[in-house]
Design a binder for this molecule. Structure first.
Ligand code: SAH
Length: 258
C-alpha cells in the first residue's frame, strides 16, 4: 500500500488524474452536479457516525468523482456553510479518499468595480481570509492566510474563464473592516469557504482549484442576502455547467497538463 502522499496528485504530476474530490457547501449548489454526473449517495460514508456530511460518488468517463457536501447543521437545519465545516469535510475526505485533485465549487459575491457581473464564473488564482485580524507582526500574515490555488493555465484558456483573487470570511455581509481587508487581499470575489479549503489542501499537499459563480454584487445597490436568494437558482445552473466543462477538460489529463 503506497503512502498517502504517494497517491496524491502532487506526487504523480504526469499520471492521468483519476480521483476527484468536489467540495460544495450548499445543497442547492450540489444537487445539479449530483444529477448531472448521476452520482449516488454513499450509505456507508467514510465519515464518523452521526456527522451530517454527505458523500456522493460515481464514475464519469475515466474519473472517479466524489462530491462532498457538509450537510445540514444538526441544530439549526440549514446548510453547514462557512470555513469550519468546509475545512473539516475537506480534511476527512482527503484522509478517506486520497484525491488527486480538489475542486471547491460554489457561489460568491463579486465586485462590479473589479469587473464581476452576476452569473460570471471565476477560477481563483489565490485565496485569503478577510476576517482574521491579528495585528501582531507575522501573526497578521498568518491570519490573512493567503495561498495560491493550483495553477491551471490550459484549463482557463480553453474554457475562457475569468481568473481573480478570492477572499473568504465567515459572514455573508461585509463590515467596513472586512471591506478594507478584501481590498488589501486584492480580491474580486468573496465567499465563505475557499481559503479554508485551500488551507487544508495545502497542509495535506493536494492540488486544489476553486470555481466560483457570482450570485450577488457586493458593491451594488441591492441587499446581499436578497440578491443572493434571487439569483441562486439561475447562477447555480451556470455553476453546474462550468463544473461539467471543467470535469470534461480534466478527464484524461494529468495534473501537469491543467
Ligand atoms: N441565506 C442563504 C445563506 C447562504 S450563505 C441561504 O439560506 O440559502 C452563502 C453561501 O454562498 C456560502 O456558501 C458562500 O460561500 C456563498 N456566497 C454567495 N455570495 C456571497 C457573499 N456575497 N459573501 C460571502 N459568501 C457568499
Amino acid at each position: 500500500m503506497a503512502a498517502a502522499a504517494a497517491q496524491s496528485g502532487e506526487a504523480q504530476p504526469n499520471r492521468p488524474i483519476s480521483n476527484i474530490l468536489i467540495v460544495i457547501a450548499m445543497q442547492t449548489e450540489a444537487q445539479p452536479v449530483v444529477n448531472k454526473f448521476e452520482l449516488i449517495e454513499d450509505p456507508h460514508s467514510p465519515f464518523p457516525q452521526g456527522v451530517p456530511w454527505v458523500r456522493y460518488h460515481g464514475k464519469y468517463k475515466d474519473l472517479n468523482i466524489n462530491l462532498i457536501w457538509p450537510g445540514k447543521d444538526p441544530s439549526s437545519g440549514v446548510d453547514s456553510v462557512g470555513t469550519i465545516s468546509s475545512a473539516l469535510v475537506t480534511y476527512a475526505a482527503i484522509q478517506a479518499l486520497q484525491p488527486d485533485l480538489i475542486i471547491n465549487a460554489g457561489t460568491a459575491g463579486g465586485f462590479k468595480a473589479r469587473g464581476a457581473s452576476v452569473g460570471d464564473i471565476f477560477i481563483a488564482s489565490d485565496c485569503a481570509f478577510h476576517d482574521r485580524r491579528i495585528p501582531i507582526p507575522v501573526f497578521d500574515l498568518y491570519g490573512v492566510g493567503s495561498r495560491k490555488a493550483f495553477e491551471t493555465p490550459n484549463l482557463v484558456k480553453e474554457l475562457d474563464l475569468k481568473v481573480a483573487k478570492l477572499s473568504t470570511g465567515d459572514s455573508l455581509d461585509m463590515t467596513e473592516q472586512d471591506e478594507s481587508s478584501i481590498t488589501a487581499n486584492d480580491a474580486t470575489v468573496k465567499d465563505m469557504e475557499g481559503a479554508a479549503v485551500a488551507y487544508v489542501a495545502d497542509l495535506l499537499k493536494v492540488p486544489a482549484i476553486f470555481v466560483k459563480a457570482v450570485t450577488d454584487i457586493i458593491d451594488g445597490d441591492k441587499p446581499t442576502a436578497e440578491e443572493f436568494l434571487q439569483n441562486l437558482a439561475a447562477v447555480t445552473a451556470a455553476l453546474d455547467l462550468a463544473v461539467e466543462k471543467v470535469i470534461n477538460f480534466i478527464n484524461g489529463k494529468s495534473i501537469s497538463e491543467l
